[in-house]
Design a protein. Structure first.
Length: 165
């Protein structure tokens, strides 16, 4: 009996429910300056910048050869793995400073995604809430979830879409 209980406890810890919440979609970052399109590919969560208020480049990237690439289409959620039915962990890239952080993403409600990035192994963390939005009409078809899954990070050539309406 004790072995059965131990086996069930281990399976519960490592299992991800089949009805896991779906974080795929279009999300407006907390300050409203950008949208991130997310998709689950091979069980991992990926996300790219799909809209930005002002066009920018990845000028803070530590790799000088990448500093001129547009931030539109830039991968920011980097293959996060599921931890529970509504929580993923992995890495997030911040183009504002060119750094990659340990991250967790939690689907709080169907329309809210909490994104937390940490340095120093979780000692210093910052989080924000992203809100689900419909893709802007001018961005429909620019980077689909299928494209994200086929080639995470596609979309560097997406057109700039200015101004929130």
């Amino acid at each position: 009996m004790r072995q059965l209980f131990l086996l069930l406890a281990v399976l519960t810890i490592f299992a991800v429910p089949a009805d896991a919440a779906d974080p795929a979609g279009e999300w407006r970052v907390e300050d409203g300056e950008a949208h991130i399109r997310t998709a689950v590919c091979g069980g991992r969560l990926w996300g790219v910048v799909s809209w930005e208020r002002e066009a920018g480049t990845d000028e803070k990237n530590p790799d000088p050869s990448l500093r001129s690439r547009p931030t539109l289409g830039l991968p920011v959620l980097l293959g996060l793995t599921p931890m529970t039915a509504n929580r993923w962990a992995g890495s997030i890239y911040n183009a504002e400073n060119g750094k990659t952080y340990q991250a967790t993403v939690t689907l709080k409600q169907a329309e809210e995604l909490e994104v937390e990035g940490c340095v120093l192994r979780g000692w210093v963390c910052s989080s924000e809430t992203w809100t689900r939005v419909r893709p802007a009409p001018s961005s429909v078809g620019s980077v689909s979830g299928v494209d994200l899954c086929l080639r995470p990070g596609v979309g560097a050539g997406l057109p700039h879409q200015g101004g929130l309406k």
